[in-house]
Ligand binder design. Structure first.
Ligand code: NAP
Length: 370
């Protein structure tokens, strides 16, 4: 199988390459690397079928691949996918970008939830396979047991999304803002006689200062938050919030009778893991132990965290989960509105299960090795 990899230099692409290599997924494949800006440079691995990086806009070369695996971005997909298909290319297109997600021929991939749907789409000749929005994938993985049992009536998801979801430049800016804020108050901090309210006042002034590095976020994220992610749809809903319901229903195969899913998406000062506080309305009342059991045993990556302070502090934080494939679910309890109303808190690494891992696994599914 000939595989062309595009977008391997980026953040998602780097994590994807780490996982492909760690799992030996490239063994036995003829792999060529492409770039829109680094063609001609040496290929990133010795085993590559081309020792140099190829031009990612060279359609004739791309058309020789059986599979194109791209984490390059939406503009690239828009520029290349349709012209390649128009040339008659009939290979498999596996993509991290959102461009194709809601197109009818594209299958959203999250195999712990929808492996059967992916396999039947493959059998029916589907060729476009796209990773879903990171927050959607992580929420579905956390609650997979409830979805599989058909128990969910509706969900609100209030998110706490990391800087990494916005890209590398945003992650750098968050750390720069942290450093800027600290520098502005470090002498006050070093003096125990300075009141904390004075420190807070100076910090607040620093975060409002035009000198704060804020070109990416447009304002302070360190020491603050931003309750809007992605484009303004003009309906009161952000594009990130809109994606939640439409993509989740596409993955669950429930577009004909959509599950209601909405909430407010908030950017917080975490670096790499997205978190979500969920209110879940079940369509029947069940004992909490049964609900816990369903959630805990849905797939190998979900982990039920005891609903107590110590376990929550230790295991339900972006710092604890960053760099792992574990999707912890905690703070699970029945709410005073009635036993069918649950709270839950879940999080996951959005560069792994939120982006790279479903694509890596799709390649394995294509090879019949998953
Ligand atoms: P990124 O880090 O900005 O990388 C995108 C591309 O920028 C690279 O593949 C590379 O392509 C190019 N690039 C230009 N200069 C570069 C440099 N100095 N270093 C590295 N790359 C450079 O974007 P990303 O966050 O990985 O996202 C890629 C796609 O995945 C997007 O469509 C995004 O929406 C989607 N996605 C992202 C996340 C996330 O958590 N960030 C989650 C799910 C989906 P060339 O080699 O062609 O120049």
């Amino acid at each position: 199988m000939r595989v062309g990899i595009v977008g391997w230099r980026g953040m998602v692409g780097t994590v994807l390459m780490q996982r492909l290599q760690a799992e030996g997924d490239l063994n036995g494949l003829s792999v060529r690397f492409y770039s829109t800006s680094a063609a001609g440079q040496p290929a990133p691995i010795r085993e590559a079928a081309s020792q140099v990086v190829l031009d990612a806009h060279d359609l004739a070369t791309l058309a020789a691949e059986d599979v194109i695996l791209t984490a390059q971005g939406g503009d690239y997909t828009s520029a290349v996918h349709a012209p390649l298909r128009a040339m008659g290319w009939n290979g498999y297109w596996i993509d991290a970008a959102s461009t194709l997600r809601m197109q009818p021929q594209a299958v959203l991939v999250l195999d712990p939830l929808n492996r059967a749907a992916i396999e039947s789409a493959l059998a029916a000749g589907a060729k476009d396979f796209v990773g879903a929005n990171c927050t959607v994938s992580l929420m579905l993985l956390g609650l997979a047991g409830l979805f599989k049992a058909g128990l969910v009536d509706w969900i609100t998801a209030m998110t706490y999304q990391a800087a990494s979801g916005a890209g590398a430049a945003h992650m750098r800016e968050l750390v720069e803002q942290m450093g800027f804020a600290h520098r502005c108050v470090s002498s006050q901090l070093a003096d125990p006689s300075v009141s904390v309210l004075s420190i807070e006042e100076s910090l607040n002034a620093a975060l409002k200062s035009p000198l704060l590095p804020a070109a990416q976020f447009g304002g302070p994220l360190a020491g603050s938050l931003i309750p809007w992610i992605d484009a303004d749809l003009g309906t009161g809903q952000s594009k990130e919030e809109w994606k939640g319901m439409v993509e989740a229903n596409k993955i669950l195969g429930s577009t004909h009778a959509p599950l209601a899913l909405d909430g407010i998406c908030v950017r917080v000062g975490a670096m790499r893991c997205h978190s979500q506080a969920l209110t879940i309305k079940l369509n029947q009342e069940l004992p909490l132990a049964e609900i816990e059991d369903l959630i805990a045993h849905a797939h190998p990556w979900v982990r039920l965290i005891a609903n107590n302070r110590e376990a929550s502090v230790r295991e339900l934080s972006p710092v604890a989960v960053s760099g792992t494939l574990t999707v912890p679910v905690g703070r699970l309890r029945q709410l005073p509105m009635g036993p069918a109303y649950l709270s839950a808190f879940t999080l996951g690494d959005q560069l792994l299960w939120g982006a790279a891992e479903p694509l890596r696994r799709m390649l394995k599914l294509l090879r019949g090795t998953l």
